[in-house]
Design a protein around this ligand. Structure first.
Ligand code: NAP
Length: 484
């Protein structure tokens, strides 16, 4: 089903819409990819007419669009699509104006993008239904976080399911919109060089790091109640893990790919009271310096004085109990106020069982490094001969770049462009299915319960470092080290 759609953004005046959604939609139009998009109707609680909203949108786009992409003609065409409607989520009268606008539309399809507090998702869906603006040609996009634990996630999913079928529900994890994450499928299943070696016979460990240099200022009570495990591991890191570890899908269709991701999540060995101490590390940043600037510690931030039980860093060792991955640890870590902002996946291959070379140090293992941000690229760490006439045959590391840089620069796009385009076209492949999100919560809940039962200590780390020493120890006991 691919037809013209009106896109209605709940939270259209918020940070996400301003910094990400509207710029992504503008870019789709600039790249001539918005032919199925009819109008963009932003909503918020403030009273404002569409002309004022367009003025704000113009100012914000000029601020947030990548350099060199503003174009007056494109803006004229883009602004002609923009409308604003005041809607308070629980006010039935507010939905009537939206209904009037939608009823007169030439577009048969509707895409409701919910970018407000997730606690409002159920209410918004129910009000849309009551206002008579939901039909078979409607879809809904849900922003993260989907709940705080399995129970609250199920509640939101149930409420949304009262109005929208699962086939019409698009749960966003913007990591899945990244080109390099999708490239994982091409790399794994398109290359004879990698596919046969993607298992525990050849791979010794996998690391997934999502490091941020920013703190949590501005995220107020949300972060105090959430912490790094719920905020990042439950979604981004487990989604990436499931794409790295999944079996080849029967086809590239959404159902087949999501079935395989789901199997990985089901094979995750539980982390509970019996093993939580050896398998997880919680951290919290103390004052330090990031990028040469002094920064406060987490508990010194005004909103977080009392947030003694909130971790801003987590590292853990996950095991996937299946034929392919038995015995291969997946080390995951994420944190705030770390030394730099970067995300990467590191596939580390086993050392050869015998070496001919005198200088064959431990660190010269083969690694495939998939960089997700800030740059998206893939590199293969291999060895070759140290050049020269004098030395005997000695090894040196060589990094081979597997990305066509000229092409990736020319074709680069933001993850939200990919995801909005797919949602407009009704392609669910890069969105999370209900069972995936709930299974991920089930695994995360067990860790949180174990932390509570064990009174797990949160280790301090200085802002500007890569987390507490215990994170180094987590991997060192297995003879490894974090790739940095
Ligand atoms: N910001 C990001 O980078 C980011 C990234 C990933 C996920 N998200 C998720 O996206 C969602 C929005 O985040 P945000 O950062 O954009 O939040 P935000 O800046 O606080 O904006 C919230 C938006 O929701 C609207 N809103 C609030 N209460 C409402 C109500 N009762 N009825 C109707 N509309 C209401 C606000 O409208 P008015 O204030 O104009 O009334 C505003 O447009 C959240 O679920 C967040 O977790 C955000």
């Amino acid at each position: 089903m691919s037809q013209m759609v009106d896109l209605v953004i709940f939270g259209g005046t918020g940070d996400l819409s301003t910094r990400k959604l509207l710029p992504a939609l503008y870019q789709l139009q600039r790249h001539s990819l918005a032919d199925r998009l009819h109008r963009i109707i932003a909503t918020g609680r403030g009273v404002m007419d569409s002309a004022s909203f367009r003025e704000d949108a113009r100012t914000n786009l000029q601020k947030f669009l990548p350099e060199g992409t503003w174009d007056d003609d494109q803006w004229e065409a883009f602004s002609a699509r923009l409308e604003y409607v005041k809607i308070d989520a629980d006010s039935p009268e507010d939905y009537r104006e939206l209904a009037t606008l939608l009823e007169g539309s030439e577009a048969p399809g509707r895409l409701y993008y919910l970018a407000t507090l997730p606690s409002l998702y159920g209410e918004i869906c129910s009000q849309l239904d009551t206002a008579g603006v939901v039909n078979d040609a409607c879809r809904v996009v849900l922003e993260k976080p989907l709940g705080h634990d399995l129970e609250s996630c199920r509640t939101i999913n149930e409420q949304v399911a009262q109005v929208f079928e699962e086939e019409a529900t698009f749960r966003i994890d913007h990591y899945l919109g990244k080109e390099t994450v999708q490239n994982l499928l091409a790399l794994r299943f398109g290359n004879q060089l990698f596919h046969p070696m993607w298992n525990n016979t050849f791979i010794s460990s996998v690391q997934i790091t999502v490091a941020e240099d920013i703190g949590v200022a501005g995220r107020g009570s949300y972060y105090a109640d959430t912490g790094a495990l719920r905020d990042m591991v439950q979604n981004h890191l487990l989604q990436v893990l499931s794409l790295v570890a999944m079996e080849p899908p029967a086809t590239l269709k959404a159902t087949d790919i999501r079935d395989e991701k789901m199997k990985v999540l089901r094979c995750l060995e539980p982390i509970d009271s019996a093993n939580v101490k050896e398998r997880t590390v919680r951290g919290r940043y103390a004052a330090g310096a990031v990028g040469g600037e002094a920064v406060k510690g987490f508990l010194e931030e005004d909103a977080f004085h009392d947030a003694n039980d909130t971790e801003t860093f987590v590292a853990l060792k996950a095991n996937i109990n299946n034929w392919r991955w038995a015995g291969v640890p997946f080390y995951l870590r994420t944190g705030k106020r770390l030394s730099r902002r970067y995300s990467e996946i590191v596939i580390e291959y086993r050392r050869q069982s015998f070496s001919l070379f005198a200088n064959d140090p431990q660190e010269l293992t083969n690694k495939l490094v998939i960089h997700l941000q800030p740059e998206e690229s893939i590199s293969l760490h291999t060895v070759n001969k140290k050049p020269g006439l004098t030395s005997k045959l000695k090894l040196q590391p060589v990094e081979l770049h597997l990305t066509d840089e000229s092409q990736s620069k020319r074709d680069s796009y933001d993850a939200y462009e990919r995801l909005l385009l797919d949602a407009i076209h009704g392609d669910q492949t890069l969105f999370m299915r209900r069972d995936e999100v709930e299974t991920a919560w089930h695994w995360i809940d067990s860790i949180i319960e174990a932390w509570e039962e064990n009174g797990s200590a949160i280790k301090s780390y200085n802002a500007g470092t890569m987390g507490p020493n215990a994170s180094t120890a987590l991997i060192a006991v297995d003879g490894g080290s974090w790739h940095e």
